[in-house]
Design a protein around this ligand. Structure first.
Ligand code: ATP
Ligand code: MG
Length: 549
């Protein structure tokens, strides 16, 4: 803004090197109708420049010819420095052609010296001032506008920044969602891959409401054939499961973390399935879904039933066989004892014969064969009874000394030539003893029989008896063929016979029965043996407390 509004009179500066012109102009201004004008004068071009820049005047009258300088230069100098004037150019009569130039530069008016009239000049000055005022106002408005544009631009930039930020976060969210979807697709792909390579079964994923999220599998179950159609439906729609109620109840337990393993039948027992279900946890270890693995086990179950049936059949057949053997053995024993007694009698009747020696030899042979046969039959009978569970542990009080002498006399006829049983009985062994008499007897006979059978003629067999810590201890020791190392582990197996015993008569049942008797009496048996040196069996049988009721 100029100072124009604050002044009582309008100050005009005349820049003209001719004093005469100043005086004329002053007179003209004095004639202005309003009279509110003062005129200052500056003849020097350079000084005028300074004065103009001080901006203390409201209007400037500039002579075109300022000595060597031009008024036009002064005007353009001032305008370039933001002083808008107004500048009115004064020229002589001959300078008419500069009119255009003056206006182009920005002078508001142009007057010819000598023909200036006061009204015209005053109007020109007034318009000029108004023009400059208008210009300034426009300039001010422009500046304001520019400021506002800048502010707006700044705001827009900020808004843009915000927008790009929210765009960024939106993009991030979209990316994350895409990633999650990708992960889901991947895991579904994995499930699908597992499922479609899963033979005879299906894989299902259910949500917490027991709704299907995924149904897949290689197996073509008629009820689940349209796998996609099952997605979204509830597990309770599986009405074809015969045990549906229990199945659903168990699935609910899986949601509480209890894994499920159950067998169900489908379509009234037509097919059978093994169902395994486990909870699936999310990142926070919470149960979100559950995974069900169903396997069609119809064929396996059928096979199982078949095996079971065959097994039962076999068992029945075995029972039949052992019953037959038992009966047969039993029935054989009677005629055998008849043969034995008859042979003894024959031997006695023909005692006078001169063939006595030969007859005795054959009688002995018949007797020993019959005895052997009786042993075998006894073994069969014992085994049959043991297997049928008919053999029970039955401890009684008996005279051990008596029993030992019975055993020795029973075994003696079967001993090889000059074989001898050497008894060594620890002190305090005899007296009242309380074990199963029959079983103990059988054990002794079997062990002594083996000791004799597997050692040579004239060999001594040691039978040791003792009583220690509530146990009856028996040792049977021979110096016979021994048992090869590799065979020792199978010694108590049924029908097992060591390699070096093949040419010696036997069935491989004796020790098996001995072991079973000892087990029934809660006893213990062990042995040590070395091939061609001999064998020792050690038996310990608990002596039971007598019950007197
Ligand atoms: P049986 O059923 O008539 O007793 P077995 O004597 O062959 O027939 P076990 O008494 O069960 O059957 O003995 C099994 C095997 O152990 C024998 O065939 C023999 O090889 C070996 N054996 C048992 N006792 C002795 C022993 N004292 N010395 C060497 N080998 C023995
Ligand atoms: Mg034997």
């Amino acid at each position: 803004m100029t100072n124009y509004q604050h002044r009582s009179s309008i100050s005009i500066l005349l820049i003209d090197d001719d004093e005469e012109d100043f005086l004329i102009t002053r007179d003209i201004i004095a004639d202005f109708p309003s009279g509110a004008y003062t005129l200052a004068w500056e003849p020097d071009f350079e000084k005028a420049k300074v004065k103009i820049l001080q901006n203390e005047h409201e209007a400037y009258l500039v002579d075109f010819r300022l000595g060597a300088e031009s008024g036009l230069d002064l005007i353009s100098y001032s305008l370039e420095r933001g002083i808008m004037g107004p500048f009115i150019l004064l020229t002589g009569q001959g300078d008419l052609q500069i009119d255009e130039e003056a206006r182009r530069l920005g002078a508001v008016d142009y007057m010819v010296k000598g023909s200036i009239n006061p009204d015209q000049l005053e109007r020109s000055i007034r318009y000029g001032i108004q023009h400059v005022l208008n210009l300034n106002e426009i300039k001010e408005l422009n500046q304001q506008l520019e400021r506002r544009v800048m502010e707006r631009t700044r705001d827009l930039a900020r808004a843009n920044e915000r927008l790009s930020y929210s765009n960024e976060s939106l993009q991030k969210e979209v990316d994350e969602r895409k990633q999650a979807e990708k992960a889901l697709r991947e895991s579904q792909k994995i499930y699908s891959a597992i499922a479609s390579n899963f033979p005879d079964g299906m894989l299902c994923v259910l949500d917490k409401d027991l709704r299907f999220l995924l149904v897949d599998g290689k197996a073509e179950e008629p009820e689940m054939r349209n796998k996609q159609e099952w997605i979204g439906s509830y597990a309770s729609s599986m009405t074809f499961i015969d045990q549906k109620e229990a199945f659903i109840k168990n699935l609910k337990k899986v949601l509480k973390g209890v894994p499920l393993n159950m067998e169900v039948t489908v379509a009234n027992g037509e097919r059978e399935y093994q169902i395994n279900a486990v909870p699936l946890f999310d990142d926070e270890e919470k149960i979100q879904n559950l995974l069900i693995v169903c396997k069609n086990i119809t064929e396996r179950k059928k096979a199982e039933k078949e095996v079971l049936r065959a097994l039962n059949q076999e068992k029945e057949l075995n029972e039949l066989k052992s019953r037959f053997v038992t009966t047969a053995s039993h029935e054989f024993r009677t005629p055998l004892s008849t043969i034995l007694s008859s042979v003894s009698l024959i031997g006695r009747y023909i005692s006078d014969s001169d063939q006595k020696e030969k007859i005795d030899k054959h009688v002995h042979r018949i007797k020993s064969s019959v005895n052997n046969l009786t042993y075998i039959l006894n073994d069969f009978l014992s085994l049959g009874k043991l297997e049928e569970g008919k053999t029970t542990f039955n401890p009684v009080s008996f005279d051990l000394e008596q029993m030992i002498s019975e055993v020795v006399s029973q075994i003696s006829p079967t001993l090889k030539e000059d074989q001898e049983i050497l008894l060594s009985i620890a002190e305090g062994t005899f007296g009242e003893i309380y074990v199963d008499e029959q079983m103990t007897k059988n054990i002794l006979i079997n062990l002594l029989n083996n000791a004799s059978k597997y050692s040579g003629e004239r060999q001594k067999i040691h039978l040791g008896l003792g009583r220690e810590n509530g146990l009856l201890k028996i040792t049977v020791k021979d110096k016979g063929i021994g048992i090869p190392k590799k065979d020792q582990q199978h010694l108590f197996d049924r029908f097992f016979r060591a390699n070096n015993a093949i040419n010696i008569q036997g069935t491989g049942l004796g020790l098996n029965i001995v072991k079973k008797y000892i087990e029934l009496m809660n006893g213990h048996i062990e042995f040590s043996s070395e091939e061609n040196k001999g064998t020792e069996f050690r038996v310990a049988i608990p002596i039971t407390q007598p019950s007197y009721d």
